[in-house]
Write a protein that binds this ligand. Structure first.
Ligand code: SAH
Ligand code: SF4
Ligand code: F3S
Length: 451
């Protein structure tokens, strides 16, 4: 088989990361070897994100650079896939004439066939952007990681994402995801269990179940029975032998049931780490965002979670400067931060996205106000993260070895904290579980000594 070289650049969320892995696997079976620089590639794929305007701009600026590369090497193939591809479709060919292929979020399995057609006629463009509204054709392919797949997890991998659902039906006012990923559809339970089992056979010991709103797994358009909800899925996955750590992301607080929260008390291997995006502390803003919960409801859930798992580390997402956000609304977000004292957060300035409801809202917050609010939020979060991390000094943490660089080791605690330490005696291997006593805390990581 002719060996060709693929460079795939992934923007955006873990969904895209997982999709990129699947694409790499499919193309490896077609003889493509993954390389780490566009200059060394015969095929460049940009797996794109459209969540904020900046994310989209990054894609166009990289496409600009690839135009120059293609002028030098006309045989280079360039493909745009993912959320910008879904959103812009054939407009991408108009704006960027050097793009050969556009594939939307549910069409990644078509990419090998599209490339074969391009081989036959390189002057043509290939495009596939259908979003399935027919749920009898699920946008998931049966397990790709077959026993004799050309690509298996690298020996340095101990953790993987497993996609359990696709799309989103929530229509938060600011969000493009329902547009770019289509309707919510859950993957059959057996497929998920089969994929997790196979990954464990390949040496993986930590799994993160992935979806835009995992809490509603099996409850909307489901290809499996509605009898299995997300907590049932967690229990089933946790019983697979050999799995040491289980995580999931992301959750919408509105669908966080008591049954699901109870899992933190019931499932030993479910890690005490929860990413629960709140977006704002103001009920007026939450209402306009169409989030369907109040800050009081959010705080109540936080307390219940802590009841089931007192050591749970909480993280969140925040948007500042949503249209109409007053100083008072913003202060309520700061108050929420000070009440919950999140271990960490991702915070963003509101960004207008095409086709969203809030794009049409009048009272947009000026850019300089958004920047100022973001700055204050982030510096307060940094202080809190440091204080929170200092609470671990002196404790003995279970850590999985993640990376080994020149004698210094980086690991991951159950709470998802990065922990740095030095080896003692023979160096451990990636995936080993060790115990580390924390001696120092920074705002993004902990440092300690092997016990
Ligand atoms: N499904 C997840 C979020 C996915 S998008 C949830 O429901 O919470 C990741 C984060 O990007 C969101 O939590 C939000 O904080 C941010 N985000 C989404 N759209 C945005 C926009 N238009 N402007 C700024 N931030 C946005
Ligand atoms: Fe976007 Fe809301 Fe869906 Fe999350 S739940 S992906 S923020 S629409
Ligand atoms: Fe971005 Fe699409 Fe994920 S818009 S955040 S890559 S679902």
């Amino acid at each position: 088989m002719l060996t060709r070289h693929l460079y795939i650049k992934t923007f955006g969320c873990q969904m895209n990361e997982r999709d990129s892995e699947i694409i790499e696997q499919m193309l490896a079976e077609q003889g493509y070897l993954t390389v780490s620089k566009a200059e060394d590639a015969d095929l460049v794929l940009l797996n794109t994100c459209s969540i904020r305007a900046k994310a989209e701009q990054k894609v166009y600026s990289m496409l600009g650079q690839l135009r120059l590369e293609k002028e030098k090497r006309p045989s280079l193939r360039v493909g745009v896939i993912g959320c910008v591809a879904q959103q812009e479709g054939k407009r991408i060919f108009k704006r960027m004439k050097h793009v050969d292929l556009v594939a939307g979020t549910q069409q990644i399995y078509q990419i090998p066939a599209m490339l074969e057609r391009l081989d036959l006629d390189p002057t043509k463009h290939e495009i596939a952007t259908n979003l399935s509204s027919d749920f009898s054709i699920p946008p998931f392919q049966k397990l790709l990681l077959s026993k004799d797949s050309a690509v298996s997890p690298a020996p340095t991998d101990y953790k993987k994402f497993v996609t359990i659902m696709q799309g989103c039906n929530n229509y938060c006012a600011y969000c493009v995801v329902p547009e770019t990923r289509g309707r919510e559809i859950s993957r059959p339970l057996d497929d998920i269990l089969e994929e997790v089992t196979l990954l464990i056979d390949r040496g993986i010991c930590e799994i993160t179940l992935l979806g835009q709103n995992v809490n509603s797994y099996g409850q909307t358009n489901s290809v499996s029975s509605r009898e299995t909800d997300f907590s049932d899925l967690l229990h089933s996955v946790s019983r697979i032998k050999g799995l040491k750590r289980l995580r999931f992301t992301t959750s919408n607080p509105k669908d966080l049931s008591d049954k699901l929260m109870r899992c933190f008390g019931e499932i030993d291997i479910l890690c005490p780490h929860f990413h629960l995006p709140v977006q704002s502390g103001s009920n007026a803003v939450l209402k306009r965002m169409n989030r369907k919960y109040t800050s009081e409801m959010y705080l109540e859930k936080v307390n219940i979670l802590k009841g089931y798992r007192p050591d749970i580390a909480l993280a969140t997402d925040i948007i500042v400067g949503f249209p109409g956000e007053s100083d008072f609304d913003y202060q309520e977000t700061m108050d929420l931060l000070n009440t919950v004292r999140f271990h960490g957060s991702f915070s963003f300035k509101y960004s207008d996205r095409p086709g969203t409801r809030s794009e049409q809202f009048d009272d947009k917050v000026p850019e300089d106000v958004k920047s100022e609010r973001l700055k204050i939020f982030q510096s307060r979060q940094d202080q809190i993260s440091l204080e929170r991390n200092n609470e671990y000094v002196g404790s003995n943490l279970e850590v999985i070895v993640e990376k080994i660089n020149d004698g210094s080791i980086q690991g991951r605690a159950l709470t998802n904290h990065i922990v740095h330490f030095q080896p003692k005696g023979p160096s451990p291997e990636v995936g080993d579980i060790v115990f580390v006593v924390v001696e120092n805390a920074g705002k993004h990581s902990l440092k300690g000594k092997l016990t």
